[in-house]
Design a protein around this ligand. Structure first.
Ligand code: 3HC
Length: 291
């Protein structure tokens, strides 16, 4: 199936990045959010991020302008009546995702493929609350979407090959690389990455090292572009905790127990960069450890 028009649900950090790369790939994008302010912020972020790419000569000004013209913003799912593909990128909360998918069904065409950018939730379970489990799959981008090369593609138990092939074609048209993952909790990237981040939080909790020592160790000792605590702040501690909980519950193994310190930070509303405080404080010119 030829995909031309894509609906993206959720204009947060993942949703606006997804709209950005789809529009650069030549797709007409309808970006939806329930909150008008989030849509305005998304439009501003997309412009800024395209400008960064123009400034570093990754794309031309003409390509950036063409991409901007291909994105429409809406608070109403009724505007999804002509989309060929939907990518749901709302918050990492299963009841919310199910509610969104349910409310979407009356507005889309019978041929429309439904996907979720979920970082951990069962694709088979999400698919089962739609009217088209064979046309449902996981379409998982990495953050920051315009920079990261990988997209994980996850088939649910009922997903058909045609749906998978259509999504693979989109990934290829975006110039990204797909990795196929089976539908087990947190798939591949987060199955490996999140326990590492969780372990770094345990190392902090147990006093093995300071925030700076832990991050410096992993940056200079393992050549990671960001230390694990800095990366947790970048992803969002609420998202990291939600993924650890899915691993813990889904695999029933104590090795995935979320660190109590991570839970405490989330309870405090210290969610990382997006709230300007997590393992680091981002209110000043330079990030400094928050405790
Ligand atoms: N849009 C467009 N361009 C962007 C961008 C964005 N949002 N963010 C960064 N860039 C560009 C910059 O403009 C810069 O371009 P240039 O090299 O041409 O000048 C380049 O990317 C590098 O950025 P910076 O110079 O600002 O900073 P860094 O060199 O420190 O790189 C980083 C930033 C790319 C974020 C790097 O630190 C990194 O790779 N970090 C790890 C990210 C990671 O692991 N992501 C995966 C998280 S897991 C996930 O997403 C799964 C989810 O389910 C939780």
């Amino acid at each position: 199936m030829q995909i031309k028009k894509v609906g993206v649900i959720g204009a947060g950090q993942m949703g606006n990045g997804i709209a950005h790369v789809l529009s650069l790939g030549g797709y007409h994008v309808i970006l939806n959010d329930i909150d008008k302010n989030t849509l305005e912020k998304a439009s501003h972020n997309i412009k800024n991020n395209l400008e960064r790419q123009v400034n570093s000569k990754k794309i031309s000004a003409a390509e950036s302008n063409a991409a901007l013209k291909l994105i429409d913003y809406t608070v109403s799912l009724e505007d999804f009546n002509e989309v060929d593909l939907v990518i749901e990128a709302a918050t990492e909360n299963e009841p919310i995702k199910q509610k969104i998918l349910n409310s979407l069904l009356t507005h889309i065409q019978p041929h429309t493929i439904l996907t979720s950018n979920t970082s951990s939730i069962s694709i088979t379970r999400l698919a089962s609350c739609t009217d088209r489990p064979e046309k449902f799959m996981g379409f998982h981008f990495m953050n920051p979407v315009p920079v990261m090369q990988l997209v994980e593609l996850i088939k649910g138990i009922a997903t058909d090959q045609e749906t998978y092939d259509s999504c693979l074609q989109v990934v290829e048209k975006l110039g990204k690389t797909a990795a196929s993952a089976e539908d087990f909790p947190a798939f591949i990237v987060n199955r490996v990455l999140m326990p590492m981040i969780n372990e770094a939080v345990y190392a902090l909790y147990e006093g093995v090292g300071s925030v700076e020592a832990i991050d410096t160790s992993m940056k200079l000792g393992a050549n990671h572009p960001m230390g694990p605590l800095e990366l947790a702040d970048f992803i969002g501690l609420d998202t990291c905790l939600a993924i650890m909980n899915v691993l813990h519950e889904g695999l029933a193994d104590t090795k995935y127990r979320p660190c109590p310190l991570m839970t405490k930070y989330v309870e405090a509303g210290w969610l990382g960069r997006k709230t300007k405080r997590g393992f680091y404080d981002y209110t000043g010119e330079q990030q400094i450890p928050s405790r």
